[in-house]
Design a protein around this ligand. Structure first.
Ligand SMILES: Nc1ncnc2c1ncn2[C@@H]1O[C@H](COP(=O)(O)OP(=O)(O)OP(=O)(O)O)[C@@H](O)[C@H]1O
Ligand SMILES: [Mg+2]
Length: 400
């Protein structure tokens, strides 16, 4: 028999009940309010591990901003997708939105020129503007920061004059190229200085805080940084119970507690486990026995999905680095301990370290320490036969 299942594990999939983000939503909504009053505000960056709910949070915020009449666009940065062409097309879309109003025609012309110059100069595959060679030279620029700043200040001015504030939602910021990130910060900074109602809500892995401050020191004043973590007990309880309330289904206290312990309050894990438990349970009251019966399927689904997709992205040398991290026992761990477990020097493993950071599998914490961006990743690695094999091999190797 078909049973409606209200739990929704999946990247960027909006849960039927968004638990525990009320205060973040409230704070950002106040900023949106300021923006609609033509008051420039700081931008916001949410950082957190994989599966904690960054994407769904910024998607929810986008809905709220749209309801306030703010012009919104979502950008997902991907290594293979050009950021400049995305920001240019979002800016163009904004101009289309306000172009219906006759009195803004000259401002729109100015903004369009700025976008044209940006695309022609920095978007190699962009074919949205066909220009003669002469015109091409006229619009050509070799300074990305200046070009992007021209775009932001001109659309910012248009936003101010037309009283249509702008908010760009940028997900997976950690994949932005350094030069693009620096230019984005500078452009935002300038438009903010000029008092234009344009803001950014960004999301990414924990390393983005360092990426932004490394790029420009003033970025600390430009952005509000907010770390998104796992849900506390009370919030987890709501994430577990609320979705099935409308079906008249409840959980025993013991069942809720077991789920919280097993998932450690990580939103993705809660959705995944509850989806299985609910699918298998037959009564109107879910018990701890129902939870325990679902454990095998729960770990199988995580191992074959959430964890495996990240693991499969790794080269052999990456995997060994990961094994050595797990062998450290406690995380975060130092690079020198990883090197010791690999029987190598720190310098010899620094390329692999950089590669794993850029793939978004690990991130640096404090000085010389590293951790996984995927919660509970060590547990998954320990369940792998390859890990056990590697440990045996290393044991037989003479120490350096
Ligand atoms: N506050 C929440 N309450 C309940 N469920 C949530 C909450 N936040 C996220 N989820 C669920 O967790 C899962 C992961 O959410 P999301 O994709 O937004 O995470 P993320 O932080 O963007 O992960 P990634 O870094 O992999 O992109 C989804 O299934 C979503 O429905
Ligand atoms: Mg996401």
């Amino acid at each position: 028999m078909f049973k409606i299942n209200p739990y929704r594990p999946g990247a960027g999939v909006m849960p039927t009940y968004l638990a525990g983000r009320e205060s973040d939503i409230y704070t950002v909504d106040q900023m949106f309010k300021a923006l609609t009053l033509n008051i420039p505000t700081q931008s916001v960056i949410f950082s957190g591990l994989r599966g904690v709910g960054k994407t769904v949070l910024i998607n929810r915020l986008q809905k709220i901003a749209e309801n306030r009449g703010i012009f919104c666009k979502h950008i997902e940065v991907e290594t293979r997708n050009d950021f400049i062409s995305q920001i240019a097309s979002c800016s163009q879309a904004f101009l289309r939105e306000v172009s219906a109003k006759e009195k803004f025609k000259s401002l729109i012309k100015k903004s369009l020129d700025a976008i044209k110059s940006l695309v022609i100069s920095f978007d190699p595959n962009g074919s949205s503007f066909s220009l003669s060679v002469q015109d091409r030279e006229l619009y050509q620029s070799n300074n990305l920061t200046q070009s992007l700043t021209d775009v932001f200040t001109s659309i910012g001015e248009t936003a101010y004059e037309s009283e249509t504030p702008i908010c760009f939602f940028i997900d997976e910021i950690q994949y932005m190229k350094t030069e693009e990130l620096g230019s984005l910060i500078a452009a935002l900074h300038r438009s903010n200085q000029l008092g234009y109602p344009l803001m950014i809500i960004g999301a990414g892995l924990p390393k983005i805080y360092k990426m932004l401050s490394d790029e420009k020191t003033y970025s600390e004043r430009l952005f509000v940084y907010q770390e998104i973590g796992s849900l506390n007990s009370e919030q987890s309880k709501k994430a577990i119970e609320e979705p099935v309330k409308k079906f008249g289904v409840t959980y025993t206290e013991e069942a809720v507690n077991r789920i919280i312990v097993l998932t450690k309050g990580y939103p993705f894990f809660i959705q995944q486990l509850c989806q299985i438990v609910y699918k298998e349970a037959s009564g109107d009251e879910i018990t701890v026995e129902d939870v325990d019966l679902s454990l095998g399927d729960f770990f199988d689904s995580l191992d074959n999905g959430f964890f495996r997709v990240r693991y499969e992205r790794c080269a052999d040398s990456d995997k060994k680095f990961i094994f050595a991290m797990v062998q450290c026992g406690e995380l975060p761990c130092t690079i020198s301990n990883i090197a010791k477990n690999l029987n190598k020097s720190v310098t010899a493993i620094s390329t692999t370290r950089a590669q794993l950071i850029s793939k978004g599998i690990i991130y640096p914490i404090r000085y010389k320490e590293l951790d996984f961006t995927v919660p509970e990743f060590s547990g998954f690695i320990k369940r792998l036969d390859e890990y056990a094999e590697w440990c045996r091999e290393m044991q037989d190797m003479p120490a350096r």
